[in-house]
Write a protein that binds this ligand. Structure first.
Ligand code: PAZ
Length: 374
């Protein structure tokens, strides 16, 4: 019997406690309704379904949120991967940070151009797409229309860590009827620390004394002057976010294939941290990447101890492990400029997704064989 299906004892895990003390957002019910009917359709369509998470989660500092902690993620990995999954025949639920990059519109929305730069005035005084962009836009439009026609894409937005975690939990649970056809591709940059609801200041934190924020969350302000005599410093006391990958693997999605991403800035830590995550959570694949080179190289780390680097072709030719740091940095900056200027480089997601798909297909076959034996 699959041990993972048993899950952790109910009502006791840190994740359970998190959900008890950080209530579901208002948007959750409508997200669940949409996800439920999307999954039901694709249980029958026999498409494999992937939940792609994308973008960064925020950590609000106030209940009526004026300020929040954020991170760098623009959602490029998630939005680009979602397009390749759609092309590969998957139905995609795209759980993304609101206003981050979206599949298809990403080609235009966050470009250095204003979207009006893609337009021009036609001879009859009408607005048309500038001929320079028409070829590419037609290609993108056709793919987008196909995804819509086949009801292959569902967009679910989140903003805060709590919204994200509730949506992940509920969507994963709704994926159960898909069995091993469910794939989780967790590319979002999820906060590691947060401020629990019961320690959130209701109103905007004031920058000048006197004020009475919640003493536990803001001890320095609550007890008045800091040691140096400054009264307007803000110290924030954050809790760790429980490790939800454990709940996903053990309880929410015991039959699906789970792929997580690991981001580091120190190259010497990347593979070992990815291996530790696999040992700890017992899922199926970690894709490691470094902040500076994430668009050009990633490493696949598997539970059997395998590590395989994937590089975009120009990158492999130019860089090697021994390339000095300053040359590497210059190369990556040049690549970025070329990409922004539209000087087509290979998108690394076009290499990641087919490989993940092949692994998922093997995973499905294996799980069917196991069921037949049982
Ligand atoms: O959104 P983006 O394309 O700028 O960045 C992608 C990424 C680095 C957030 C993603 O590839 C990733 O590693 N996500 C997991 C981060 C982590 O929690 O370790």
């Amino acid at each position: 019997m699959n041990e993972r299906a048993h899950g952790s004892p109910s009502g006791t895990s840190d994740a359970d406690k998190y959900f008890l003390s950080n209530p579901a957002p208002k948007s959750l019910e409508s997200h669940k309704k949409l996800a439920r009917s999307f999954v039901a359709e694709h249980v029958h369509s026999l498409r494999n379904v992937v939940l792609v998470t994308s973008g960064g989660t925020t950590v609000p500092l106030e209940n009526q949120t004026v300020r929040f902690i954020d991170n760098f993620s623009a959602g490029t990995r998630g939005a680009t991967s979602a397009e390749y999954f759609l092309e590969a025949g998957y139905a995609v639920i795209f759980l993304h940070r609101q206003f981050s990059l979206l599949p298809y519109s990403r080609h235009y929305s966050h470009s250095t151009n204003c979207f009006l730069d893609f337009m021009t005035e036609g001879s009859d005084g009408d607005v048309i797409v500038d001929p320079d962009y028409q070829g590419k836009m037609l290609e993108v439009l056709r793919k987008y229309n196909k995804a819509k026609r086949d009801n292959q894409l569902l967009l679910l937005p989140y903003t805060s860590i709590t919204e994200y975690l509730w949506a992940l939990k509920e969507t994963a649970t709704l994926f159960r009827p898909l069995g091993s056809r469910a794939l989780f591709y967790l590319a979002a940059a999820v906060s590691d620390f947060f401020l629990p609801k019961d320690r959130l200041s209701e109103h905007k934190i004031q920058s000048s004394a006197p004020q009475k924020p919640n003493p536990e969350a803001y001890p320095m302000l609550s007890n008045g002057l800091s040691a140096t005599g400054q009264s307007n410093r803000l110290l924030i006391n954050l809790d760790p976010v429980p490790k939800f990958l454990k709940s996903l693997v053990d309880g929410w999605a015991p039959e699906g294939m789970i792929v997580s991403f690991k981001l580091e800035t120190d190259e010497s830590l990347l593979v070992s941290k990815a291996q530790q995550a696999l040992t700890k959570y017992q899922h199926h694949l970690v894709i490691g990447n470094l902040l500076s080179s994430r668009k050009y190289e990633v490493v696949f780390v598997t539970p059997d101890g395998g590590t395989e680097w994937i590089h975009v072709p120009t990158h492999r030719r130019t860089l090697s492990v021994s390339t000095p740091g300053f040359l590497r940095k210059q190369f990556l900056e040049d690549e970025e400029v070329r990409a922004v200027n539209g000087e087509g480089r290979v998108e690394i997601e076009s290499m990641i997704v087919p490989q993940v798909k092949a692994m998922h297909e093997r995973f499905i076959r294996k799980s069917q064989e196991t069921k037949e034996v049982d």
